[in-house]
Design a protein around this ligand. Sequence first.
Ligand code: NAD
Ligand code: IPM
Ligand code: MN
Length: 359
Amino acid sequence: MAKKIAVLAGDGIGPEIVAEALKVLSYLNTDMNLGLVFENALIGGAAYDAFGTPLPQTTLNLCKNADAVLLGAVGGPKWEPLPHAVRPERGLLGVRSELNLFSNLRPAILYPQLADASTLKPEVVAGLDIMIVRELTGGIYFGQPRGIRLLENGEQQGFNTLVYCESEIRRIAHSAFKTAQKRHNKLCSVDKANVLEVTDLWRKVVSEVGREYPDVQLSHMYVDNAAMQLVRNPKQFDVIVTTNMFGDILSDTAAMLTGSIGMLPSASLDANGKGMYEPIHGSAPDIAGQGIANPLATLLSVAMMLRYTFNETAAAERIEQAVNQALDSGVRTADIYSEGMTQVSTSGMGDAVLNALKG
Ligand code: NAD
Ligand code: IPM
Ligand code: MN
């Protein structure tokens, strides 16, 4: 049976990086007879411009009927004046929520060839391999009530609600413990339980779930300390599990340990392994249209798709190996450039990975 991939390129650098991912994946599809079929749809600002909504029903239906979704990025200054309900970002949040993609895996791995590209000292980041498990369909991103209201004293008040029910915490905790079991059996749950009742519950439920995984060493850390520890000594972590917003912030920090946010892929999974795959970075409006964005985070997201949704481990490994070979050959996009290397464009990097695949 054909395996269907919904392709949502989105805005800004989205189409540029997705083109490189498809170039590589299409080659592998033929070479390894993977049986993948692709269908494109609009999301985000591009969908708003065409249909007046960032998530048209046809796009959502395509995602629901597909086995996996490949997304570039959404958003940009052009759409910032719009009301929140129709902002590009809401299109992405809508797919995550409608498809129940509650478990967001964001691996931060330092490719040894990029030790010089990190702003941190090589010895701090050498050998870095951590996994952030971010809760993706709850918390303050989705809590009600939300909005801006007018108070009696005439002043405006903005408000969002940070809520988690036990079942939401339990399922992401299971996902994180299982992830830790496949790695080094260490899980750090990051919260703000010293101040927020909701994460006090988070800590209790994660600890409870932990009793079912006696082989995993569980620790807890406050988010402010975690942000500091990630930069001070990131290799103390194996797997981190945290709430939607803390995970958003900490994963951008973790990205920089790998040299560039252009290196960090992600998988957003439901309970059955169906998923959306996207780089963790955004639409990078400051470099969009210049052909200089790093496509590797998107390419590595495709590898995650092959591994997690399609169980095509060999194909996933081929992409990861080809990325390694491309980096070995000295090609670098601007964000990971260091002295003595060869600077290439977005498509130059895609070609380098493709050529490595072709051998
Ligand atoms: P961003 O991640 O788009 O960019 C931050 C910085 O990193 C920029 O300087 C950018 O040039 C650089 N960068 C990002 N990706 C890169 C790549 N692949 N190669 C080289 N450099 C790269 O974050 P931002 O500027 O805060 O947000 C811009 C827009 O993107 C906003 O509208 C935001 O809402 C949206 N956004 C979307 C997603 C997503 O679609 N998943 C994620 C984050 C931000
Ligand atoms: C991410 C992005 C999104 C988020 C935005 C664009 C909604 O920053 O995927 O990290 O905050 O989840
Ligand atoms: Mn983010």
